[in-house]
Design a protein around this ligand. Structure first.
Ligand SMILES: NC(=O)c1ccc[n+]([C@@H]2O[C@H](COP(=O)([O-])OP(=O)(O)OC[C@H]3O[C@@H](n4cnc5c(N)ncnc54)[C@H](OP(=O)(O)O)[C@@H]3O)[C@@H](O)[C@H]2O)c1
Length: 299
């Protein structure tokens, strides 16, 4: 299939091209400079030119904290751009695979071990989460045949991402303070992208949750990162309130992948396996650069 990848310069976008190629598809990767989805008419022109069978939308405004002070930019990329894309796909007869986020589940979990199901009602808190939910509604109420895929805590390629930030800060400060009272599932794009390349073959349109297996806290993830890169740095647990980020974060956004497994597909590998893969393969250069940047900034 010919697959147009929008947002091809981002973490996920970069991983999609080799994953699609490996499954025998023909990816056409367009970065923001080549296709700005926020410009009315741009998606339609690109679809007329490329004539894809499927569009994977890996584009988005992902600066969670900055969104609180830039709501217009967040909504333009995460809602209005999605509206344009949905209509362009419907008119061109192309299917759409749109990416959304675990952050739409911002409310308290019904029980402490809850894994959010595809049919659970989202409760987005904060501008980023709300703009992503509004993008979901454009897809769900729109006319395109669509896969709506929620994923979580993504990291890949050259970032920016949590892995690289922890490497830089650990080397700079020799100690980390990381939030322990938020649970989720770190997911390597190197594991997500092949699953998406498979999903778009199915024509089983609907909502999917696709993350790595297992769960941890940001603190647990940070500990695994410093151990993985061989740094003997203490990682102190702190609370969400102590950290005090501008945007609210879900207390627990672990996702259940029942719809994906219902297709007869295997779950994605555990998050620890993803981290090892990233550190050993795709992330090697970016991690080395982050460690060097931290060392250069050390007091
Ligand atoms: N990162 C996470 O932890 C996470 C977690 C769950 C879900 N997701 C979702 O997964 C998707 C991919 O995330 P990611 O981490 O790969 O994001 P990313 O690295 O921030 O990449 C997003 C890409 O979209 C581009 N973009 C922004 N606005 C655009 C527009 N109007 N038209 C075209 N391209 C535009 C960005 O370009 P510029 O850099 O030039 O702005 C960037 O290249 C997003 O939908 C995100 O919401 C991400």
């Amino acid at each position: 299939m010919r697959v147009l990848v929008a947002g091809a310069g981002g973490q996920l976008g970069r991983a999609l091209v080799p994953a699609l190629t490996a499954r025998g598809h023909e990816p056409v990767a367009l970065t923001r400079e080549e296709l700005d989805l926020g410009i009315a008419g741009a998606a339609r022109a690109a679809l007329d030119r490329v004539r894809p069978d499927v569009v994977v939308n890996a584009a988005g405004y992902t600066a969670v904290d900055r969104a609180e002070t830039e709501p217009e930019a967040a909504y333009r990329a995460n809602q209005l751009a999605v509206r344009h894309l949905v209509n362009a796909c419907a008119d061109a007869g192309a299917a759409l695979c749109h990416l959304s986020t675990d952050f739409v589940f911002g409310g308290p979990p019904p029980d402490p071990a809850h894994r959010w199901q595809e049919w659970d009602e989202p409760e987005p808190h904060g501008v980023y989460a709300q703009s992503k939910r509004d993008g979901e509604l454009e897809v769900l109420h729109g006319r395109a045949s669509a896969y709506l895929v929620r994923t979580a805590w993504l990291y890949g390629a050259a970032g920016p991402n949590f892995v690289l930030t922890m490497c830089r800060l650990a080397r700079r400060d020799g100690r980390l303070r990381v939030v322990r009272d938020q649970q989720g599932t770190p997911t390597w794009t190197g594991h997500l992208a092949p699953a998406l390349a498979r999903l778009v073959e199915t024509r089983a349109f609907g909502v999917y949750h696709l993350t790595a297996g297992g769960e941890t806290s940001w603190w647990g993830f940070a500990r695994a990162i410093v151990a993985g890169v061989g740094l003997a740095v203490p990682v102190d647990p702190i609370s969400t309130a102590e950290f005090g980020s501008p945007a609210p974060r879900p207390q627990r956004s672990v996702l259940a992948d029942g719809a994906w497994r219902g297709l007869g597909e295997a779950p994605l590998p555990a998050w620890e396996v993803g981290l090892s893969g990233y550190l050993a393969e795709e992330g090697t250069g970016a991690v080395a650069a982050a460690l060097a940047a931290g060392a250069a900034a050390a007091p």
